[in-house]
Design a protein around this ligand. Sequence first.
Ligand SMILES: C[S@@+](CC[C@H](N)C(=O)[O-])C[C@H]1O[C@@H](n2cnc3c(N)ncnc32)[C@H](O)[C@@H]1O
Length: 217
Amino acid sequence: MKIPSIPTRGRTLDHAAAVYDLLEPLFLLGKQAEYDQHIIRLLDPAPGEQVLDLGCGTGVLCAQIADLLDPKAGGLAVGIDAAGKMIAVARKKRAGAGCRFEAMAAESLGFEDRSFDAVVSSLFFHHVPLDLKASALNEAFRVLKPGGRLIIADMHLPTTWMGALVSKVSRWFFLQPQIAENTRGVLPDLIQSAGFREPQIVGYYFGYVAVFYSEKP
Ligand SMILES: C[S@@+](CC[C@H](N)C(=O)[O-])C[C@H]1O[C@@H](n2cnc3c(N)ncnc32)[C@H](O)[C@@H]1O
């Protein structure tokens, strides 16, 4: 069944949905499993927790989180993406009792206030312009319970010359100014402005992808 995409000024990847699972490991230089496991170790979910994945793509990370949850205890992982075709692939390959996927824009979440224990996001924030990065973080804050965790892995200040080169080339190759915002280092201030505690950088990949950890007070 066709799932309509959600209008957004974010850069959605409907056109790549069919091949995304083949291409993503190449872009992540074969480190995808290690990178996902790092996020999952930080998250360390209890079986009955509810976890939201923003910009979930085809749902690889979300499904791995769901594997650690127990739907009988209320555990649920929900992945959202504005690209209907991404959600269609995610549902077909990875949905299950404790794992749901919804077409939704991260800047306008259709969930109740304080309904999730944790929000994760991998490589989504460099797909949206500055104001939508801020709106998505405000929405993450709104839907998190007090004490809820926020884990974001995304492009940030390059730490190596190779990281700087890849960031610059990606910005121009994909004609994506949102990448340059990330690599100017805007995310920590935006995370704090949304109300979260000062984010800690708990990992760096490829010299330009930082893993941020924070909490809602
Ligand atoms: C690079 S992919 C990352 C997918 C997945 N999280 C991963 O790590 O492989 C970025 C995703 O963000 C989605 N996206 C772009 N703008 C969005 C928005 N405003 N709300 C939700 N998803 C959006 C795209 O459709 C795409 O699937």
